[in-house]
Design a protein around this ligand. Structure first.
Ligand SMILES: Nc1ncnc2c1ncn2[C@@H]1O[C@H](COP(=O)(O)OS(=O)(=O)O)[C@@H](OP(=O)(O)O)[C@H]1O
Length: 370
């Protein structure tokens, strides 16, 4: 038969047209199948998890940042207005450390997480280095800690344990929940209250030379209230008689042995760990080894996590892997202290000597302040 283009087109065009239609139909079908699959199987779970984790994250963040309503006190001025007390330093380091895809996984794991009352608390002392210690500890995967200071046992006790528990971040079974509120160490009612929550609570106290601590405390107050009297005049009840004012909190907090006596009425010494604020700066890894040991944790936070910043005079945190910039605590840590009359400093040293000796004796550790 002779070739006829007309016949050919009559024969071919309809068939390619059908093929095209078939192709479009198949594509549409697979799209529909995919969409149905998404809606029924995938979409019904993933957005839930994603939403769940997002809302949980928001809630956790809110929990971390939620400021408990606080009664008016001098500490309120000293601490709660201190942005560093809200505790978000180095959070970005931890966020960066998450691998992509971790969100879905952590959302899944979150399902088995719950908020728990803290099993360990950093109870003091104010200006001892408590923020640095908490942030060092937050690097540990087995620790979940609330960033802000809850002040539950001193200022918010009437709100009840459920209120307190709600402030805590979610944690899984093997993780320890922690918080830090430095005023606990010196507040009379706190040892009994923590004991009532759990007699097994582990207690950590960061202590520092009481004279430097007092000056640091004063420096913080003055940064908010520049018109306060001089350190020298606040130190003495009667300046000519050289009588130290032990009712001034900056002086009183440093009488560590006196406060420790109260704690020992409720807790055995083995349940308390005293961290040297000075060592936390000069040998953070060494001090962290003691803390992790005390908490029964694997030694995860080591020298690889620290980088000493000579300009700041403090160790800052770095991720062991990678070469990102180390993260340091904010400006409210390491404020320049005013020069204090050396005679007043010496008077304070003499005043603290017997308290320090008693403290060394009680803890079995010479902190070397004298
Ligand atoms: N790594 C690191 N970075 C910065 N600062 C450090 C660090 N380690 C310890 N410190 C010392 O911590 C002091 C503040 O103590 P706290 O965090 O306990 O203060 S607060 O009570 O929470 O306000 C703060 O006291 P000042 O220097 O007087 O500001 C620091 O000396």
């Amino acid at each position: 038969m002779e070739y006829s283009p007309i016949l050919h087109s009559l024969h071919v065009v309809p068939s390619s047209h059908v093929k095209n239609k078939l192709l479009v139909f198949l594509i549409m079908l697979s799209l529909w199948v995919y969409m149905i699959y998404c809606c029924v199987a995938y979409c019904s779970t993933v957005p839930d998890l994603a939403y769940g984790s997002a809302s949980r994250r928001d809630k956790d963040a809110a929990g971390d940042k939620r400021e408990p309503s606080l009664g008016a006190s001098r500490d309120l001025l000293n601490n709660e207005n201190d942005l560093d007390s809200r505790g978000d330093e180095w959070d970005d380091t931890r966020a960066e450390a998450k691998a992509p895809g971790d969100n879905a996984m952590s959302a899944f794991l979150n399902e088995s997480e719950s908020r728990k009352l803290p099993q360990a608390i950093i109870i003091g002392v104010k200006k001892g280095g408590t923020r640095a210690l908490l942030e060092f500890l937050r690097l540990h995967p087995d620790i979940r800690a609330v960033g802000a200071e809850p002040h539950f046992f001193d200022r918010n006790y009437d709100k009840g344990l459920e209120w307190y528990r709600e402030l805590m971040p979610k944690s899984s079974e093997g993780q320890l929940t922690m918080e830090k509120t430095p005023s606990y160490y010196v507040t009379k009612e706190v040892p009994a209250r923590i004991h009532t929550m759990s007699k097994d609570t582990k207690l950590i106290v960061v202590v520092r030379d009481p004279v430097t601590r007092a000056i640091s405390d004063y420096t913080q107050t003055r940064s908010k209230k520049p018109d306060i009297p001089s350190f020298e005049s606040l130190t003495f009840k009667n300046i000519s008689a050289g009588l130290i004012d032990t009712t001034w909190s900056a002086v009183q907090i440093g009488m560590y042995a006196k406060h420790l006596e109260r704690w020992l009425q409720f807790f055995p010494m083995e349940q308390l760990l005293f961290v040297s604020g000075e060592h936390l700066i000069s040998d953070p890894a060494g001090e962290m080894a003691r803390v992790q040991d005390f908490l029964g944790l694997r030694k995860v936070v080591t020298e690889r996590h620290f980088h000493f910043n000579p300009a700041k005079g403090f160790p800052c945190l770095k991720r062991p892997e990678g070469n990102s910039k180390p993260h340091c605590l904010g400006k409210t840590k390491g404020r320049t202290h005013p020069n204090i009359d050396p005679e007043v400093v010496q008077r304070l040293r003499d005043f603290y000597k017997p308290f320090n000796s008693q403290f060394y004796h009680m803890t079995g550790h010479d902190f070397g302040w004298d």
